[in-house]
Design a protein around this ligand. Structure first.
Ligand SMILES: Nc1nc2c(ncn2[C@@H]2O[C@H](COP(=O)(O)OP(=O)(O)OP(=O)(O)O)[C@@H](O)[C@H]2O)c(=O)[nH]1
Ligand SMILES: [Mg+2]
Length: 245
């Protein structure tokens, strides 16, 4: 399916290294978390239909701060530092305790967590810790099983069964959902957008401009609903008069 992203106007807003620098004007935001190199920045780029908004790295652990991308109207995507990659235990603990833990637990505008997992290595211990830990907030988690293009259909089906079993074993409720995703092939985009629009209180039809073919149909329907057509209009419309000349 090809359509315009409701998030396509996304622009870089700010980078946050300290809690005191968190934007004050956010109404709703969704954070993207996951292991280093899982594909967080790529997923953001795909969702906003831009190639280089969030920095995509060949070196794991490059995104060290909270990177805010504005979607307009006080809505934001937040690209979080990847976990599972840091130079020293102090570095991990410091960043987690000072910034990430309080952000994830207490940030009011945060409406949900998109958790990205490389589908070839899903549900690692760190992923499970993140799920168990964030679930305390009562806010939803949606898992994107990324790089789905790297698996065959059969491998994908098997992997999804494994993820579902692991989630069931953890005893997480309906607050955690999962789907396949590929930034490379743009697979799973519609499903992820539906969830994000719901969390961000955005309506894809209203916020995004549909493709021109859909737009035409919508306008025609709208005219008849209003009882308007070129033939019944009292004054000749530009379209009618130019058509006759
Ligand atoms: N084949 C394939 N490769 C992908 C996909 N998504 C991301 N990658 C690759 O995976 C690598 C890491 O992607 P990033 O988006 O930078 O990952 P990240 O989670 O933001 O990484 P950090 O910011 O370092 O934690 C890059 O080389 C991407 O090109 C995908 O859907 N398919
Ligand atoms: Mg990144």
């Amino acid at each position: 399916m090809d359509f315009l992203s409701p998030f396509r106007k996304a622009v870089f807003h700010t980078t946050v290294a300290h809690l005191r620098d968190l934007p004050q004007d956010s109404l709703r935001e969704v954070a993207f978390a996951g292991r280093s190199n899982a594909g967080k920045s790529s997923a953001i780029n795909t969702l906003v239909s831009q190639t280089r908004l969030a920095f995509v790295s060949k070196t794991p652990g490059r995104t060290q701060n909270l990177n805010y991308f504005s979607l307009g109207d006080g809505k934001f995507f937040v690209d979080l530092p990847g976990y599972g990659f840091a130079k020293t235990p102090e570095e991990i603990r410091g960043r987690w305790e000072d910034l990430l833990a309080p952000y994830l637990l207490y940030r009011e505008p945060l409406t949900g967590l998109i958790l990205i997992m490389d589908c070839r290595h899903p549900m690692t211990d760190l992923d499970k810790q993140m799920i168990a830990w964030f679930s305390q907030t009562g806010k939803p988690i949606h898992i994107l099983l990324s790089k789905a293009d790297k698996l065959t259909r059969q491998e994908q089906a098997k992997m999804i069964r494994g993820v579902e079993a692991a989630l069931a074993e953890m005893g997480v409720g309906t607050g955690v959902s999962a789907q396949l995703f590929s930034s490379l092939k743009r697979d799973g985009l519609a499903g992820a957008m539906t969830i994000l629009c719901d969390w961000l209180d955005m309506t894809p039809e209203k916020e995004g401009t549909p493709p021109s073919s859909v737009r035409k149909t919508a306008r025609i329907k709208n005219r008849s609903a209003m009882g308007w057509s070129a033939r019944t209009a009292k004054k000749p419309s530009a379209a009618v008069s130019s058509g006759k000349k």
